[in-house]
Design a protein around this ligand. Structure first.
Ligand SMILES: [Zn+2]
Length: 614
């Protein structure tokens, strides 16, 4: 029986309500069926936030089997120890007789099952709202596989199926193909554990919209447990333009179905990519302004481009996923940063952002970036490698020693795109960053082969029509400043900068007037101010906010001396600060007037910034 009062008939296949599952897959072979790991999920009392899980292994290998919870969620490079949410784990044979269970380590249990099949029962607490974790309340549930499903150690290649018991009239939405269910349940199948946990499950009563691009069916599953001022139809229309733009840029889509799972709640925390879906969490009230729709279009574009970059074109170091602990990649600047570049380009191609508007935003991003003292401190591969211990575990020193590989990778991606366009034009080719991804898709992604850094350099060189090694040596392996203003000039965009009129202290504040960073070589550094100092007064005047503090300092002239009073671990400290001229500049990027440009430069600029360009 279908219970879809709010849904269009066309979206029926998008969800599975009690007893209505369409059979989307051929029946497994007898051998596959024997190897299949069955998972059953029940949430008998959603307000308790416990998800009860049963794992059934009918034909185990050997006499003992180790089962483990992943330490991390693929796509988010932080050890989260999902085992900390596991409770009441026990095992039994298929006739219900208890079996011995031995703890092996923080996340692994070994079951002594002898020659027969076995079941493991446990419950997981789903109380962490977020796109990498699981959360249940009385209105809906978001289940991320890595935080829910135990895996069989050394046997993640076994097929899996999952049966979800539906309560409260909820539907189940996921990118996994549906199997026929019984009344009150939904069932889905996965060819292996990687695929199973790469498809989050959304349970609830969402609004669903659908559209088709080429041969690909795309669904938007929009859950707002406490309501939202969003119009899901408008979101779907924007996402359709984005997906169509990507299909044009990439020469088609590499899947036949994709699902945007969106949760709109109080805070929102971004999105996480999956091979055939994304889970995005956004603030429910952000849609009163057009900027809210812009934000979700950007987020959706970013996650959608990951179907190529990181899900199919994938760092060889990440294959196979090691769920037991850290898997280091030196390519996150490519996987995340360049995905940001392509996200921005897709919004221009989709007509959701004008070329000139995007140039203004790029100038803003560049202004912010070149103020970051840590931007050229460590090469990008090292920033990427350290994601686990640094990017996701901020420390006070990071302001001067690190930069986000998203932020620098984005601007590097813009620079590389421009280099490829400019250089290839000299060889009568039309190279671009999108072209680089098309090449890697053909050579690696479509063949399931992991990429290396050398593959990226080789694809860039082929796209440029000349060797690109020196560019990567300078800006990826090396820490030379990104050449964005110079490249813009070559493609017919004027990059002008102006000095800030304010005096400069080098203080960065956060929270309640707390010193978050002190730029190296700045007046604040020379004066001996410290991270963590609480600013109380500038000169004779009390300051009550960060803005007021920076205004009091900034309204003086370079060369002026001013006393700054702070609390340092409860002790009053006074320091004399000699203000300087601000070394930072504010950038403006604008199209150079056509009259001063050669026609080929105008053509290249048009190909870069126009809505209908490739
Ligand atoms: Zn991403």
């Amino acid at each position: 029986m279908a219970r879809l009062p709010l849904l269009l008939a066309a979206t029926l296949a998008a969800c599975v309500t009690a007893g209505t599952a369409p059979a989307a897959e051929a029946a497994p072979t007898a051998r596959e069926a024997r190897r299949t790991v069955h998972y059953r999920l029940e949430i008998p009392a959603p307000a308790t936030q416990w998800v009860h899980v049963t794992v059934t292994v009918a034909r185990p290998r050997g006499l003992k089997t180790s089962l483990a919870m992943p330490a991390w969620t693929p796509g988010s490079y932080l050890v989260r120890d999902h085992a900390r949410h596991v409770d009441e784990l026990r095992a039994e044979d298929l006739r219900g007789r208890p079996l011995a269970v031995t703890r092996v380590d923080k996340q692994t249990w070994r079951v002594d099952h002898g020659a027969g099949g076995f079941r493991v029962h446990y419950r997981v607490f789903a109380g962490e709202p977020g796109v990498r974790t699981s959360f249940v309340d009385d209105r809906h549930a978001i289940l991320n596989g890595a935080a829910v499903f135990l895996y069989l150690v050394g046997e993640t290649g076994r097929p899996a199926d999952v049966e979800v018991s539906l309560t409260n009239g909820w539907q189940a939405h996921t990118a996994l193909p549906a199997l026929p269910g019984t009344a009150g349940t939904a069932r889905f199948s996965a060819p292996d554990y990687d695929t199973l946990v790469d498809a989050p499950l959304a349970l609830g009563v969402p609004e669903v919209r659908g559209f088709t691009v080429g041969a690909t069916r795309v669904e938007l599953v929009f859950t707002a447990p406490a309501g939202s001022n969003a119009d899901p139809t408008r979101i779907a229309a924007d996402l359709q333009k984005v997906v169509e733009a990507f299909a044009r840029m990439m020469g088609g889509l590499p899947l036949d179905r994709y699902v945007f799972l969106v949760v709109a709640d109080e805070t929102g925390d971004g999105g996480l990519e999956h091979a055939a879906s994304t889970l995005m969490r956004v603030p429910r009230d952000m849609f009163g302004e057009p900027a809210g729709y812009r934000r979700i279009a950007n987020l959706g574009a970013h996650e959608f481009f990951h179907i190529w970059n990181v899900k199919r074109i994938r760092d060889a170091a990440l294959i196979p996923y090691d769920y037991a602990g850290e898997t280091h990649s030196r390519l996150l600047w490519f996987h995340e940063g360049f995905t940001e570049t392509m996200e921005q380009q897709a919004l221009v191609r989709a007509g959701l952002v004008g070329g000139d508007e995007w140039l203004r935003e790029l100038a803003g991003a560049w202004t912010t970036y070149v103020r970051r003292p840590g931007r050229n401190h460590v090469p990008l591969p090292e920033l990427s490698f350290d994601a686990w211990t640094k990017a996701y575990k901020p420390a006070p020193s990071h302001g001067n020693t690190l930069v986000s590989y998203y932020e620098k990778g984005y601007l590097l991606g813009v620079c590389l795109d421009l280099e490829l366009r400019l250089r290839s034009s000299r060889h009568e080719q039309a190279g671009s960053l999108a072209g680089l991804f098309r090449r890697l898709m053909v050579s690696h992604g479509a063949r399931g082969k992991g990429i290396t850094y050398a593959d990226i350099v080789a694809a860039a060189s082929a796209e440029a029509g000349e060797a690109m090694d020196a560019f990567f040596a300078r800006h990826v392996d090396g820490t030379e400043e990104l050449p964005l203003p110079a490249l813009l000039k070559q493609i017919g965009v004027t990059a002008a900068s102006a000095a800030a009129p304010r005096a400069y202290s080098g203080l960065v504040l956060e929270g309640a007037r707390i010193v978050k960073n002190i730029e190296p070589g700045s007046p604040a550094a020379a004066a001996g101010l410290m991270l963590g100092d609480e600013v109380l007064a500038v000169g004779d005047l009390r300051v009550r906010s960060n803005e007021e503090t920076l205004a009091r300092l900034g309204e003086r002239k370079p060369g002026d001396e001013v006393e700054v009073a702070v609390f340092r671990a409860g002790r009053l400290v006074r320091r004399e600060l000699t203000l300087a001229a601000d070394p930072h500049r504010t950038w403006r990027f604008e199209r150079t007037p056509d009259a001063t440009l050669r026609p080929e430069v105008i053509g290249l600029r048009r190909a870069w910034l126009a809505r209908d360009a490739k």
